[in-house]
Design a protein around this ligand. Structure first.
Ligand code: ZN
Length: 217
């Protein structure tokens, strides 16, 4: 019964674009922010990415990893769990640092030079090249990483954080206005007035609470 309620709830949230079917939040507006929010996951009490398996699921559910690449990495994990865990730990550490940056940015502080340096160091650790590939709008210039080990999982994330830092999304970053929610999003609403991570969760709860308060008064 409980399981049924849970499935119905997650289905509704998937439909409204709040989470993906694996329970990871997809409301951030771009990968970097969804990654920052990945510490939380619907149906999980604790950390959303606590194992290499979780990381593969995060990547697959964000369309960053093909099924065959995932099964290769799965095999790799059998042979070399230590190296895979290092990737998980490195990403969680990066995410915690990035969340601190988002907190500061939301309060109007500039991004710290230390963080730029950290991202540059991580970018420099990848061997990558550019390639033209067909896309929905003709051709697109893509960066391809020249790496087949688990470290390649870091690449799209580090790249999008770097892209984010170079964009006007930094000044549009907001934290959910709900007191007990610490999800971030890029405020791209036309009137710039989006306050909640989503209307289906915190926004709705706030509306109900405001209504109840009015009833009391
Ligand atoms: Zn919220």
């Amino acid at each position: 019964m409980l399981r049924g309620i849970f499935v119905a709830r997650i289905d509704a949230l998937v439909k409204s674009g709040v989470v993906n079917k694996e329970g990871f939040y997809t409301l951030g507006g771009r990968l970097a922010i969804d990654f920052a929010n990945s510490y939380k996951r619907i149906g999980r009490e604790k950390e959303g990415i606590s194992s290499f398996e979780d990381l593969l699921i995060f990547m697959k559910s964000h369309h960053l990893l093909h099924e065959d690449e995932a099964s290769d990495l799965h095999m790799f994990h059998f042979q070399n769990p230590g190296r895979c865990q290092k990737v998980v730990d490195g990403l969680v550490e990066l995410r915690n640092g990035f969340r601190n940056v988002l907190t500061e940015v939301e309060q109007g502080w500039p991004v710290s030079l230390d963080f730029f340096e950290e991202i540059n160091k991580r970018l420099a650790s990848f061997k990558s090249y550019h390639k033209l590939e067909p896309s929905e709008e003709g051709m697109a210039l893509k960066s391809i990483i020249d790496e087949n080990g688990p470290e390649k999982l870091m690449f799209p994330i580090v790249r999008d954080i770097a892209d984010y830092l170079a964009s006007d999304h930094v000044e549009k970053t907001r934290g959910c206005a709900s007191d007990d929610c610490d999800l971030y999003f890029v405020n791209q609403s036309r009137n710039g007035r989006r306050r909640w991570c989503s209307m289906s969760t915190c926004g709705n709860r706030a509306k109900v609470n405001a209504y109840l308060k009015r009833q009391e008064a």
